[in-house]
Design a protein around this ligand. Structure first.
Ligand code: DX5
Ligand code: ZN
Length: 221
């Protein structure tokens, strides 16, 4: 089938050796580096912020895919682009001004994505379609790595894929995030996902090249 892109999530990396961890997955064939920014408000966990994105930028040539799980994301979008983000996603549930937020990201020079939690239906992004570069469908409740994939998200991805295609936006990729592993990849890719975020499945493996290759072949069967 169509090519999938693998986006290792550094949330499951060893933060004490972060540059080496990023070089390891780049050498292992990763397509993007996924960076989970959490504020302890939108989600019940605090991770990393702007200084870490700035520090990562010179370490890799891969695009930085920054996933903001923060309240009032519009306050920080431009700063994350300036810090080195190539793609910025923010949560629809975290702002009443998603359309404006997408425009802010693009005006700052990055690709713009909206993320939706498991409770938000595909229909909720319809009005944003002309202004989107990607949609991130959470396949777990955001906040932590290592959680179990929610199988009901397969239907949501299928519905969203059909909606995007019907709107003439076959170019807009669907990214999935949470519980992505060799078991869950086939169904979610068949439903239309093409960017696969994986934390545990990549950084939890000793051989990252093998882990990335296994995910990629599970998605391309
Ligand atoms: C969860 C984060 C994910 C997380 C995925 O809120 O958005 O990116 O790192 O981790 P795994 O692949 O272990 O479910
Ligand atoms: Zn994420």
């Amino acid at each position: 089938g169509e090519a999938v892109r693998i986006a290792p999530s550094i949330l499951s990396a060893d933060f004490g050796r972060l540059a080496d961890e990023i070089r390891d997955v780049e050498a292992g064939g990763a397509d993007l580096i996924h960076i989970d920014v959490m504020d302890g408000r939108f989600v019940p966990n605090i991770t990393i912020g702007l200084p870490v994105v700035r520090a990562i930028r010179p370490v890799t040539r891969l695009p930085l895919d920054v996933h903001l799980m923060i309240v009032e994301p519009e306050r920080y979008l431009v700063e994350f682009v300036a810090a080195g983000a190539d793609i910025v996603s923010f949560h629809l549930e975290a702002t009443p001004h998603a359309h404006r937020a997408l425009q802010m990201i693009r005006a700052a020079g990055a690709r713009a994505a909206v993320a939706i939690t498991p409770q938000t239906p595909a229909e909720a992004v319809r009005h944003l379609i002309p202004d989107l570069d990607m949609v991130l469908v959470m396949t777990v409740n955001p906040g932590f790595g290592g959680q179990a994939f929610i199988p009901q998200m397969v239907d949501k991805v299928r519905t969203l894929r059909a909606m995007l295609d019907a709107a003439g936006r076959s170019d807009v990729a669907i990214e999935v995030d949470g519980g992505i592993d060799v078991e869950t990849v086939p169904a979610i890719v068949a439903a239309g996902a093409r960017v696969l975020v994986a934390g545990t499945a990549v950084f939890g493996a000793r051989d990252r090249r093998a882990a990335i290759g296994t995910l990629r072949s599970a998605g391309e069967e």
